[in-house]
Design a binder for this molecule. Structure first.
Ligand SMILES: Nc1nc2c(c(=O)[nH]1)N[C@@H](CN(C=O)c1ccc(C(=O)N[C@@H](CCC(=O)O)C(=O)O)cc1)CN2
Length: 290
Protein backbone atom coordinates (compact mmCIF):
# COMPACT_ATOMS: atom_id res chain seq x y z
CA UNK A 1 0.00 0.00 0.00
CA UNK A 2 1.29 3.45 -0.93
CA UNK A 3 0.78 6.40 1.44
CA UNK A 4 0.81 8.70 -1.59
CA UNK A 5 -0.83 12.10 -1.19
CA UNK A 6 0.09 13.28 -4.66
CA UNK A 7 -2.60 14.65 -6.94
CA UNK A 8 -2.92 12.29 -9.88
CA UNK A 9 -2.96 14.23 -13.14
CA UNK A 10 -5.45 12.14 -15.07
CA UNK A 11 -4.61 12.60 -18.75
CA UNK A 12 -7.20 10.10 -19.85
CA UNK A 13 -10.07 12.02 -18.25
CA UNK A 14 -8.74 15.41 -19.31
CA UNK A 15 -8.22 14.28 -22.88
CA UNK A 16 -11.80 12.96 -23.01
CA UNK A 17 -13.05 16.31 -21.76
CA UNK A 18 -10.95 18.27 -24.29
CA UNK A 19 -12.04 16.07 -27.19
CA UNK A 20 -15.66 16.55 -26.08
CA UNK A 21 -15.11 20.33 -26.17
CA UNK A 22 -13.77 20.12 -29.72
CA UNK A 23 -17.12 18.84 -31.02
CA UNK A 24 -18.70 22.30 -30.94
CA UNK A 25 -15.81 23.85 -32.84
CA UNK A 26 -15.99 21.05 -35.41
CA UNK A 27 -19.72 21.68 -35.86
CA UNK A 28 -19.08 25.38 -36.42
CA UNK A 29 -16.59 24.47 -39.17
CA UNK A 30 -19.03 22.02 -40.74
CA UNK A 31 -21.76 24.67 -40.73
CA UNK A 32 -19.62 26.85 -42.94
CA UNK A 33 -18.86 23.95 -45.27
CA UNK A 34 -15.49 22.86 -43.87
CA UNK A 35 -15.21 19.38 -42.34
CA UNK A 36 -11.91 19.22 -40.45
CA UNK A 37 -9.86 16.41 -41.96
CA UNK A 38 -6.65 14.76 -40.80
CA UNK A 39 -4.52 12.75 -43.23
CA UNK A 40 -2.77 9.93 -41.37
CA UNK A 41 0.36 8.52 -42.99
CA UNK A 42 1.68 5.27 -41.54
CA UNK A 43 4.71 3.67 -43.14
CA UNK A 44 5.63 0.12 -42.13
CA UNK A 45 4.39 -2.31 -39.54
CA UNK A 46 5.59 -0.95 -36.19
CA UNK A 47 3.02 -2.46 -33.75
CA UNK A 48 3.00 0.51 -31.34
CA UNK A 49 2.57 2.98 -34.22
CA UNK A 50 -0.41 0.96 -35.46
CA UNK A 51 -2.00 1.20 -32.00
CA UNK A 52 -1.41 4.98 -31.79
CA UNK A 53 -2.73 5.62 -35.30
CA UNK A 54 -5.86 3.56 -34.64
CA UNK A 55 -6.43 5.47 -31.42
CA UNK A 56 -5.99 8.83 -33.21
CA UNK A 57 -8.49 7.83 -35.88
CA UNK A 58 -11.02 6.55 -33.36
CA UNK A 59 -10.84 9.72 -31.26
CA UNK A 60 -10.94 11.92 -34.34
CA UNK A 61 -14.22 10.23 -35.32
CA UNK A 62 -15.60 10.91 -31.82
CA UNK A 63 -14.93 14.62 -32.29
CA UNK A 64 -16.45 14.61 -35.79
CA UNK A 65 -13.06 15.01 -37.50
CA UNK A 66 -12.67 13.11 -40.77
CA UNK A 67 -9.53 11.06 -41.40
CA UNK A 68 -7.84 9.94 -44.58
CA UNK A 69 -5.74 6.85 -44.21
CA UNK A 70 -2.44 6.30 -46.05
CA UNK A 71 -0.81 2.98 -45.18
CA UNK A 72 2.48 2.34 -46.95
CA UNK A 73 4.83 -0.61 -46.87
CA UNK A 74 8.10 -0.55 -44.91
CA UNK A 75 10.14 -0.56 -48.13
CA UNK A 76 8.61 2.74 -49.33
CA UNK A 77 11.28 5.12 -50.60
CA UNK A 78 11.73 8.68 -49.38
CA UNK A 79 10.80 9.92 -52.88
CA UNK A 80 7.51 7.97 -52.92
CA UNK A 81 6.60 9.27 -49.48
CA UNK A 82 7.45 12.82 -50.56
CA UNK A 83 5.07 12.33 -53.51
CA UNK A 84 2.21 11.38 -51.16
CA UNK A 85 2.93 14.39 -48.97
CA UNK A 86 2.90 16.70 -51.99
CA UNK A 87 -0.56 15.36 -52.93
CA UNK A 88 -1.86 15.89 -49.40
CA UNK A 89 -0.37 19.40 -49.30
CA UNK A 90 -2.27 20.22 -52.49
CA UNK A 91 -5.58 18.67 -51.36
CA UNK A 92 -7.88 21.46 -50.09
CA UNK A 93 -10.04 18.91 -48.23
CA UNK A 94 -7.07 17.98 -45.98
CA UNK A 95 -6.37 20.39 -43.10
CA UNK A 96 -3.82 18.42 -41.12
CA UNK A 97 -1.10 15.93 -42.10
CA UNK A 98 0.32 13.46 -39.63
CA UNK A 99 3.32 11.31 -40.50
CA UNK A 100 3.53 8.72 -37.74
CA UNK A 101 7.02 8.36 -36.26
CA UNK A 102 9.31 6.53 -36.19
CA UNK A 103 9.66 6.04 -39.94
CA UNK A 104 11.34 2.83 -41.11
CA UNK A 105 15.11 2.90 -41.46
CA UNK A 106 16.26 4.25 -44.79
CA UNK A 107 13.63 7.00 -45.03
CA UNK A 108 15.00 10.52 -44.64
CA UNK A 109 12.82 11.68 -41.74
CA UNK A 110 14.04 15.27 -41.76
CA UNK A 111 13.28 15.69 -45.48
CA UNK A 112 9.84 14.18 -45.00
CA UNK A 113 8.90 16.37 -42.03
CA UNK A 114 10.17 19.48 -43.81
CA UNK A 115 8.05 18.62 -46.87
CA UNK A 116 4.74 18.91 -44.97
CA UNK A 117 3.00 22.24 -45.64
CA UNK A 118 3.68 24.18 -42.40
CA UNK A 119 0.02 25.31 -42.40
CA UNK A 120 -1.04 21.62 -42.25
CA UNK A 121 1.73 20.52 -39.88
CA UNK A 122 -0.53 19.61 -36.97
CA UNK A 123 2.33 17.69 -35.33
CA UNK A 124 4.40 20.88 -35.10
CA UNK A 125 7.54 19.13 -36.39
CA UNK A 126 8.21 21.34 -39.44
CA UNK A 127 11.32 23.55 -39.03
CA UNK A 128 9.15 26.68 -39.54
CA UNK A 129 6.84 25.68 -36.70
CA UNK A 130 9.72 24.75 -34.42
CA UNK A 131 11.32 28.12 -35.28
CA UNK A 132 8.11 30.04 -34.54
CA UNK A 133 7.96 28.31 -31.16
CA UNK A 134 11.54 29.44 -30.44
CA UNK A 135 10.51 32.99 -31.35
CA UNK A 136 7.61 32.85 -28.91
CA UNK A 137 5.10 33.12 -31.78
CA UNK A 138 3.89 29.51 -31.95
CA UNK A 139 1.60 28.33 -34.78
CA UNK A 140 1.38 24.57 -34.24
CA UNK A 141 3.07 23.29 -31.09
CA UNK A 142 4.09 19.62 -30.96
CA UNK A 143 1.36 17.59 -29.28
CA UNK A 144 3.23 15.84 -26.44
CA UNK A 145 4.86 19.08 -25.19
CA UNK A 146 1.45 20.80 -25.33
CA UNK A 147 -0.06 17.91 -23.40
CA UNK A 148 2.68 18.19 -20.74
CA UNK A 149 1.95 21.89 -20.25
CA UNK A 150 -1.80 21.25 -20.01
CA UNK A 151 -1.24 18.59 -17.35
CA UNK A 152 1.14 20.88 -15.50
CA UNK A 153 -1.61 23.53 -15.48
CA UNK A 154 -3.94 20.90 -13.98
CA UNK A 155 -1.54 20.52 -11.06
CA UNK A 156 -2.35 24.08 -10.04
CA UNK A 157 1.38 24.83 -9.73
CA UNK A 158 2.50 27.82 -11.77
CA UNK A 159 5.86 27.31 -13.55
CA UNK A 160 6.74 30.98 -12.96
CA UNK A 161 10.00 31.22 -11.05
CA UNK A 162 10.20 27.45 -10.52
CA UNK A 163 13.18 25.24 -11.30
CA UNK A 164 12.10 22.90 -14.08
CA UNK A 165 14.15 19.93 -15.19
CA UNK A 166 13.52 18.34 -18.57
CA UNK A 167 15.19 14.95 -18.91
CA UNK A 168 15.73 14.24 -22.61
CA UNK A 169 16.55 16.54 -25.51
CA UNK A 170 14.59 15.12 -28.44
CA UNK A 171 13.25 17.48 -31.09
CA UNK A 172 9.70 16.21 -30.64
CA UNK A 173 9.49 16.40 -26.84
CA UNK A 174 12.49 17.56 -24.79
CA UNK A 175 13.48 20.69 -26.71
CA UNK A 176 9.97 22.05 -27.33
CA UNK A 177 8.76 21.38 -23.79
CA UNK A 178 11.86 23.14 -22.42
CA UNK A 179 11.01 26.11 -24.63
CA UNK A 180 7.39 26.18 -23.43
CA UNK A 181 8.61 26.11 -19.82
CA UNK A 182 11.01 29.00 -20.50
CA UNK A 183 8.12 30.95 -22.01
CA UNK A 184 6.11 30.18 -18.87
CA UNK A 185 8.94 31.85 -16.89
CA UNK A 186 10.42 28.71 -15.33
CA UNK A 187 14.16 28.38 -14.90
CA UNK A 188 14.87 25.40 -17.08
CA UNK A 189 17.62 22.79 -17.13
CA UNK A 190 17.77 20.15 -19.86
CA UNK A 191 19.45 16.91 -18.75
CA UNK A 192 20.57 14.22 -21.20
CA UNK A 193 22.78 11.17 -21.54
CA UNK A 194 25.95 13.19 -20.82
CA UNK A 195 24.58 14.94 -17.71
CA UNK A 196 27.11 14.27 -14.95
CA UNK A 197 24.90 14.07 -11.87
CA UNK A 198 21.25 13.51 -12.79
CA UNK A 199 20.28 12.76 -9.21
CA UNK A 200 21.49 16.19 -8.05
CA UNK A 201 19.54 17.86 -10.85
CA UNK A 202 16.34 15.98 -10.04
CA UNK A 203 16.68 16.70 -6.31
CA UNK A 204 16.61 20.47 -6.99
CA UNK A 205 13.72 20.48 -9.44
CA UNK A 206 10.24 21.82 -8.61
CA UNK A 207 8.99 20.43 -11.91
CA UNK A 208 10.37 17.27 -13.54
CA UNK A 209 9.47 16.37 -17.13
CA UNK A 210 10.95 12.94 -17.88
CA UNK A 211 11.19 12.08 -21.57
CA UNK A 212 14.04 9.64 -22.09
CA UNK A 213 12.32 6.32 -22.72
CA UNK A 214 14.15 4.36 -19.99
CA UNK A 215 11.87 2.38 -17.70
CA UNK A 216 11.71 3.78 -14.15
CA UNK A 217 15.16 5.39 -14.39
CA UNK A 218 14.20 8.12 -11.89
CA UNK A 219 13.63 6.66 -8.42
CA UNK A 220 11.06 8.37 -6.20
CA UNK A 221 13.73 9.08 -3.59
CA UNK A 222 15.28 11.66 -5.96
CA UNK A 223 12.06 13.67 -6.26
CA UNK A 224 11.97 16.88 -4.23
CA UNK A 225 9.03 16.83 -1.80
CA UNK A 226 6.17 18.84 -3.32
CA UNK A 227 7.49 18.68 -6.89
CA UNK A 228 5.29 18.13 -9.95
CA UNK A 229 6.24 15.10 -12.04
CA UNK A 230 5.23 14.87 -15.69
CA UNK A 231 6.23 11.46 -17.02
CA UNK A 232 6.37 11.22 -20.82
CA UNK A 233 7.97 7.75 -20.90
CA UNK A 234 5.86 4.85 -22.15
CA UNK A 235 7.97 1.73 -21.71
CA UNK A 236 6.63 -1.77 -22.07
CA UNK A 237 8.45 -4.13 -19.70
CA UNK A 238 9.54 -7.40 -21.25
CA UNK A 239 7.32 -10.29 -20.12
CA UNK A 240 10.31 -12.05 -18.56
CA UNK A 241 11.05 -9.12 -16.21
CA UNK A 242 9.83 -9.84 -12.65
CA UNK A 243 6.20 -8.79 -12.14
CA UNK A 244 6.12 -7.35 -15.66
CA UNK A 245 3.60 -9.23 -17.83
CA UNK A 246 4.09 -6.65 -20.59
CA UNK A 247 3.23 -3.87 -18.12
CA UNK A 248 3.65 -0.23 -19.19
CA UNK A 249 5.81 1.97 -16.99
CA UNK A 250 7.10 5.52 -17.24
CA UNK A 251 10.61 6.94 -16.93
CA UNK A 252 9.89 7.65 -13.24
CA UNK A 253 9.21 5.00 -10.60
CA UNK A 254 5.58 5.93 -10.05
CA UNK A 255 4.76 4.45 -6.64
CA UNK A 256 7.78 5.89 -4.86
CA UNK A 257 7.61 9.24 -6.69
CA UNK A 258 3.93 9.61 -5.77
CA UNK A 259 5.00 9.54 -2.11
CA UNK A 260 7.17 12.64 -2.63
CA UNK A 261 5.40 14.63 -5.33
CA UNK A 262 2.57 17.14 -5.01
CA UNK A 263 1.24 15.95 -8.35
CA UNK A 264 2.20 13.24 -10.82
CA UNK A 265 1.05 11.83 -14.16
CA UNK A 266 0.39 8.08 -14.28
CA UNK A 267 1.60 5.76 -17.06
CA UNK A 268 -0.56 4.72 -18.79
CA UNK A 269 -3.28 7.38 -18.66
CA UNK A 270 -1.15 10.50 -18.33
CA UNK A 271 0.68 12.28 -21.12
CA UNK A 272 -0.11 9.68 -23.85
CA UNK A 273 -3.84 10.41 -24.21
CA UNK A 274 -3.11 14.15 -24.03
CA UNK A 275 -0.87 13.84 -27.10
CA UNK A 276 -3.90 12.71 -29.09
CA UNK A 277 -6.24 15.39 -27.69
CA UNK A 278 -3.72 18.11 -28.55
CA UNK A 279 -3.27 16.71 -32.07
CA UNK A 280 -7.02 16.87 -32.67
CA UNK A 281 -7.15 20.42 -31.28
CA UNK A 282 -4.43 21.38 -33.80
CA UNK A 283 -6.48 19.83 -36.65
CA UNK A 284 -9.53 21.87 -35.66
CA UNK A 285 -7.38 25.00 -35.45
CA UNK A 286 -6.01 24.31 -38.93
CA UNK A 287 -9.56 23.92 -40.30
CA UNK A 288 -10.72 27.08 -38.53
CA UNK A 289 -8.00 29.02 -40.34
CA UNK A 290 -9.36 28.02 -43.76
N1 LIG B 1 3.78 11.86 -35.76
C1 LIG B 1 3.97 11.55 -34.47
N2 LIG B 1 4.59 10.43 -34.14
C2 LIG B 1 4.76 10.14 -32.82
C3 LIG B 1 4.25 11.01 -31.82
C4 LIG B 1 3.62 12.19 -32.22
O1 LIG B 1 3.19 13.03 -31.38
N3 LIG B 1 3.48 12.43 -33.55
N4 LIG B 1 4.33 10.62 -30.48
C5 LIG B 1 4.68 9.27 -30.13
C6 LIG B 1 3.57 8.26 -30.14
N5 LIG B 1 2.21 8.76 -29.88
C7 LIG B 1 1.59 9.47 -30.84
O2 LIG B 1 1.79 9.32 -32.00
C8 LIG B 1 1.45 8.34 -28.74
C9 LIG B 1 2.02 7.57 -27.76
C10 LIG B 1 1.24 7.09 -26.69
C11 LIG B 1 -0.11 7.37 -26.63
C12 LIG B 1 -0.99 6.82 -25.55
O3 LIG B 1 -2.12 7.22 -25.44
N6 LIG B 1 -0.48 5.88 -24.77
C13 LIG B 1 -1.28 5.21 -23.77
C14 LIG B 1 -0.81 3.77 -23.67
C15 LIG B 1 -1.06 3.03 -24.95
C16 LIG B 1 -0.47 1.63 -24.96
O4 LIG B 1 -1.09 0.74 -24.40
O5 LIG B 1 0.61 1.45 -25.56
C17 LIG B 1 -1.11 5.90 -22.43
O6 LIG B 1 -0.03 6.48 -22.19
O7 LIG B 1 -2.05 5.86 -21.64
C18 LIG B 1 -0.67 8.16 -27.60
C19 LIG B 1 0.10 8.63 -28.65
C20 LIG B 1 5.73 8.75 -31.10
N7 LIG B 1 5.37 8.99 -32.45
Amino acid sequence: MSDSTAKILDGKALSKHLIGELKERVLACVERGVTPCLAVVLVGEDPASKVYVRSKERKAAKAGIATKDHRMSADTSTETLLGVIAELNADPAVHGILVQLPLPEGIDEQRVLAAVDPAKDVDGFHPDNLGLLMLGRPRFVACTPQGCMRLLAESGVSPEGKRALVIGRSTIVGKPVAQLLVQANATVTVAHSRTRDLEAEVRQADIVVAAVGRPEMVPGAWIKPGAVVIDVGINRLEPEQPGAKGRLVGDVHYASAAEQAAAITPVPGGVGPMTIACLLANVVEAAERV
